[in-house]
Design a protein. Structure first.
Length: 220
């Protein structure tokens, strides 16, 4: 399933979310244009569990390993990040996003503390956004592309289903990856750590106000 957009309207322009997406894209383009120095760049700015440097927690969040990695992450951030910024405010959202990325990385490091494999990507921070969204707006409807052979179609689905299923898949994939943590691949436990962080923060903020109601569906 691929989410396309949600129905929740925002009350303020998500400047921080736009800035985060822009920075991610610009950093990726910089890496792409410096292919000859790519290994050096990754070693310098990626987060390596066996060689932790504080600055790398932040720089690694804006690096991506390929076009699909970047596009997938930015799609989720574009769809769900604006509503979390709307709820937390510009500064609060920025702090939440960065803290979510750190929490995500810490869980991955705890699982594989001696790993020499560089960690890059915004996935952990975006997972925090998804966790917060699922708690804050479980009844929001998300237009989701459901591929099913020749019968693929766009359907309206509740956020709690779309994001809940995403998290379950990360859990299963994370358990399955335990046998080959030293071989690289997706840092599933960063996704899990970020999502749990988002759930906690989302639950705290949800208690402070009522959930905005999405517009009634126009089609299904």
């Amino acid at each position: 399933m691929i989410p396309i957009r949600d129905e929740l309207k925002t009350h303020r322009t998500p400047f921080v979310n736009y800035a985060l997406i822009t920075i991610n894209v610009l950093v990726f383009l910089w890496m792409f244009l410096n292919q000859g120095r790519l290994d050096e760049i990754i070693y310098e700015y990626a987060l390596i569990p066996a060689r932790i440097q504080i600055a790398d927690f932040f720089t690694s969040m804006f690096m991506h390993g390929g076009w699909m990695h970047l596009i997938g992450n930015m799609l989720y951030l574009w769809i769900f990040g604006d509503n979390i910024e709307d709820r937390l405010g510009h500064i609060g959202y920025l702090i939440f996003y960065l803290a979510g990325g750190i929490a995500a990385a810490l869980l991955q490091i705890a699982i594989a503390p001696n790993s020499q494999i560089p960690m890059v990507g915004a996935s952990g921070a975006i997972a925090a956004v998804l966790g917060a969204y699922m708690v804050m707006y479980p009844n929001s409807r998300v237009y989701t592309f459901v591929p099913f052979g020749f019968f693929a179609r766009l359907r309206l689905m509740p956020a709690i289903f779309v994001l809940g299923l995403w998290f379950v898949l990360q859990l299963f994939s994370g358990v399955g990856s335990l046998a080959y943590l030293d071989q690289g691949g997706t840092a599933y436990f960063a996704h899990i750590g970020g999502f749990i962080f988002g759930l906690i923060v989302g639950w705290i903020f949800k208690k402070r106000g009522r959930e905005p109601q999405p517009a009634p569906p126009k089609w299904n």
